[in-house]
Design a protein around this ligand. Structure first.
Ligand code: ZN
Length: 118
């Protein structure tokens, strides 16, 4: 069964990117503690990790972001925006107001075959 992985935040503030979706078509769920009341908040839907931009020359240019998922805390109704970015170097997740190292993700659908699925 899929398990939750915690995003790794490095001491210099960067995030270790996870290679989960080199060819796109992968879906994840995201969860994190609300920074106001510490209730665990889950993404409202599964989020598709889209494939990197293969025409790019550099890792930075290959970054492509999924549609922003907006979810809210059940307890205090704070709204959060979840952005998932994928690149040659891997994926990272950003949630407004939440420390990168507090964000966890679970892979719920994975396709590692090029051009697989539709
Ligand atoms: Zn809250």
């Amino acid at each position: 069964m899929s398990k939750w992985y915690r995003q790794t935040e490095n001491t210099d503030g960067s995030v270790t990117m996870a290679v989960v979706a080199p060819f796109g078509e992968t879906e994840i769920e995201v969860r994190f503690p609300c920074h106001i009341c510490e209730t665990m908040v889950n993404s409202s839907d599964s989020i598709e990790v889209i494939e990197p931009f293969y025409g790019a020359d550099t890792n930075a240019d290959s970054e492509r972001a999924s549609d922003t998922d907006i979810c809210s805390c059940d307890k205090c109704n704070k709204d959060f925006e979840i952005d998932v970015v994928n690149s040659f170097g891997g994926m990272y997740i950003q949630v407004g107001g939440v420390k990168d190292g507090n964000i966890e993700y679970k892979i719920i659908k994975e396709d590692r075959e090029p051009g697989g699925g539709d």
